[in-house]
Design a binder for this molecule. Structure first.
Ligand SMILES: NC(=O)c1ccc[n+]([C@@H]2O[C@H](COP(=O)([O-])OP(=O)(O)OC[C@H]3O[C@@H](n4cnc5c(N)ncnc54)[C@H](O)[C@@H]3O)[C@@H](O)[C@H]2O)c1
Length: 282
């Protein structure tokens, strides 16, 4: 089951990173967005990342050209029909993901592998709407994708050995370190990280310190490269809210309950770095 071509759905924060990483690793990639405008923004982000790498002498311009030549974009899902592997990176929403898989299932040949980059939604909930539950797996990358080494490979009860092995092999081909996880809400990292991020907002809400001091406390006191509030803005407050709601719905534990301040910021469109304002203003 050799993977040569990759289709990516969504060219936001994660999708654009997955496209960039796949093309750098030698795969042909086609990415689908919902509009030409979003597509241009996502592809523009990749171009400027590569441009920066050339300017810093980390890549020569021939390599840059070669990588860009492997990437194409579309707004038509049907253009992904020839891909060996399709990785979904659309907004964290169960219905949207199910709808996307249902449509793709009718478009793609039976041997195409489907992989979700969801932060929290179990694979079986997505795979069930397709006729390829054996060829459905989770590939959960981390932000920024070209830099972060980890990928969680999530194996549903129905995932075949071949599909699981192909996913592990794809992760290694992209020079990532894969870890395996059973098909549970939030997997490994978000199960542990989400309560911590939500607690940081609760600490800010309670007025125990300024945002800057909370972040400095965790960076200098615990050796974290980023403070929790900076990290929230980096991940996207809307995405963290969606993850918290999915995890609270599943576990009904107070540590997964979204704080009021998070709900308010998202309602006001303050989603973090991607909108220019979140906990901080950029
Ligand atoms: N932000 C993170 O740090 C992070 C990390 C790991 C995984 N994830 C997961 O990755 C997924 C995407 O998150 P993100 O942070 O990139 O969000 P984002 O908001 O930056 O990007 C989502 C993109 O999906 C596009 N989209 C929506 N519906 C679509 C459709 N039907 N077809 C094609 N594109 C569509 C949107 O236009 C948007 O550009 C989510 O499931 C999220 O939980 C996020």
């Amino acid at each position: 089951m050799e993977i040569k071509s990759v289709g990516v759905i969504g060219c936001g924060l994660m999708g654009s990173g997955i496209v960039q990483m796949s093309a750098i690793s030698g795969f042909d990639v086609i990415v689908r967005e919902i509009s030409e405008q979003y597509l241009a923004t996502g592809l523009g982000k990749i171009s400027s990342q590569l441009e920066k790498a050339v300017a810093k002498g980390r890549m020569d311009s021939a390599k840059q050209e070669e990588i860009l030549a492997r990437i194409s974009g579309t707004t038509d899902l049907a253009d992904l029909a020839e891909c060996d592997l399709i990785i979904e990176a659309v907004t964290e929403n169960v219905e949207l993901k199910q709808e996307t898989w249902k449509t793709l299932d009718a478009i793609c040949p039976a041997n195409t592998i489907f992989a979700s980059n969801t932060s929290s939604i179990p694979m079986h909930i997505q795979a069930v709407v397709t006729n390829r539950q054996d060829r459905f797996v989770g590939l959960h990358f981390f932000n920024p994708v070209p830099v972060m080494k980890l990928v969680e490979v999530i194996r549903a009860a129905t995932t075949s050995d071949d599909t699981y092995e192909a996913a592990m092999q794809f992760a290694r081909s992209c020079r990532k370190v894969p870890v395996s996880c059973i098909d549970t809400v939030g997997f490994i990292v978000n199960r542990l990280l989400t309560p911590y991020l939500l607690d940081a907002i609760r600490a800010l809400e309670a007025g125990i310190a300024t945002a800057e001091d909370i972040d400095t406390g965790m960076k200098l006191g615990c050796g974290h490269p980023m403070g929790p509030l900076e990290l929230l803005d980096f991940v996207g407050l809307d995405t963290v809210l969606a993850i918290a709601e999915i995890m609270y719905e599943e576990f009904k534990l107070p540590q997964y309950e979204a704080p009021e301040m998070l709900r308010r910021l998202v309602k006001e469109g303050k989603t973090g770095r991607k909108s220019g304002t979140g906990i901080y203003t950029y």
